[in-house]
Design a protein around this ligand. Structure first.
Ligand code: FES
Ligand code: FES
Length: 158
């Protein structure tokens, strides 16, 4: 089947999409957007988080056909322009919250969504909002620090 959708503000088309294909596969393998990561393919880890019509979803669980005529925003679409970082991405770097980086794109989208809804979240709200995003490397403290930084609650460490 053919899937026409808008991805990061641009109309995109994919042909020969098979019925069981995921949105994650469509984005990574057909549209050349490898930002959303494929870690579990079971909706468990959040590394594939993207926006679908403004709602964060696990792209591995969404059939590609459901993106037809809808708007997808991936981590690649968050920054203001090519070669730039979104403030949430800058905060992750500044807080040292990126190790292997596999969880990072999904976390960045989840944090972007959290701060859009709750600009100054308490730690408990941050933990709750990120409960679906697993990280095997950081122990989460630096991720929390990154969110506080992005929310303007903490100064960047030298
Ligand atoms: S790859 Fe989608 S939730 Fe893990
Ligand atoms: S930085 Fe490696 S899984 Fe989070």
């Amino acid at each position: 089947m053919r899937v026409d959708c808008v991805v990061n503000g641009e109309p995109r088309r994919a042909d020969d999409v098979w019925p069981g294909e995921s949105l994650l596969h469509l984005l990574r393998e057909r549209l050349g957007l490898p930002g959303a990561k494929n870690a579990c393919e079971q909706g468990e880890c959040g590394s594939c988080t993207v926006y679908l019509d403004g709602e964060p979803v696990c792209a591995c669980l969404v059939p590609a056909g459901q993106a037809r005529d809808r708007e997808v925003v991936t981590v690649e679409g968050l920054a203001a322009g090519p070669g730039e970082l979104h403030p949430v991405q800058r905060a992750f770097v500044a807080a040292g919250a990126v190790q292997c980086g596999f969880c990072t794109p999904g976390l960045v989208v989840a944090v972007h969504d959290l701060l859009a809804r709750t600009p100054a979240p308490a730690d408990e709200e941050i933990r709750e909002a990120l409960a679906g995003n697993l990280c095997r490397c950081t122990g989460y403290e630096k991720i929390l620090a990154a969110v506080r930084l992005a929310a303007g609650r903490e100064e960047s460490q030298p």
